[in-house]
Design a protein around this ligand. Sequence first.
Ligand SMILES: [Zn+2]
Length: 242
Amino acid sequence: MLHRTEGVVLRTRDYGEADLIVSFLTRDFGIIHTFARSPRKTKSRFGSSLEPLSYVKLSFWGKENARLPRLTQSDIIKSFQKLRESVDCFLRVSELLKVILICSPERDVSYNMFVFLLRALSEFESGCLNPLIMLSIKIKLLKITGFAPRLAGCARCGASGMNFHFSDGAVLCNKCGHTLGRTQSLSPGCIRLYDCLSRWTIEKIYRVKTDDGLIGELTSVIDSHVKYYISGESRQAGGQAG
Ligand SMILES: [Zn+2]
């Protein structure tokens, strides 16, 4: 059965001499992994539409729930070329794509996630090097995927607490906290900033001035939380989540 939809290329992997496995976040089917025959053989439009971050119109052929349906067509709607030209931008955005790949179950249709990713890529094109925007997009993405850390009060009893426990993905108070595993002590300003960035719109975030130290502190805890989660997940999945 032929399916048509729109999607963003999250990742490509070489397969054999000239073929590719291309993973998309699609509008109608969630995350799908497809088999593309020979896009690497010639410098074709088909091949260049499969660069990571490309927003494309695609068709794929395969039964419902086929593990690796065949990609039959892909046409660029927007290439997001600018994001690939800057190594720094590309690395930062790639980190987000990794979060999407790991945190969203396959074929779980989340239209919100698709719309959010397109919006985020457009934001990055203009403000990829704005650390506050990057941070807020990362937090919003974690919220949508259900993997946002919990910083407002102890996750077990609700009492106030400042120690973030990576194994719990949450702050725990001194009574509920344990000595096992890695923790990070957070400042009250950092916790407040997290709360604001979770609720504020991107437009509002562009207008606010925030202390660089707080942005650095919150960025470090969010990045470590994501890394902690990704490395744990990779171990469970036998290292396939690279
Ligand atoms: Zn507690």
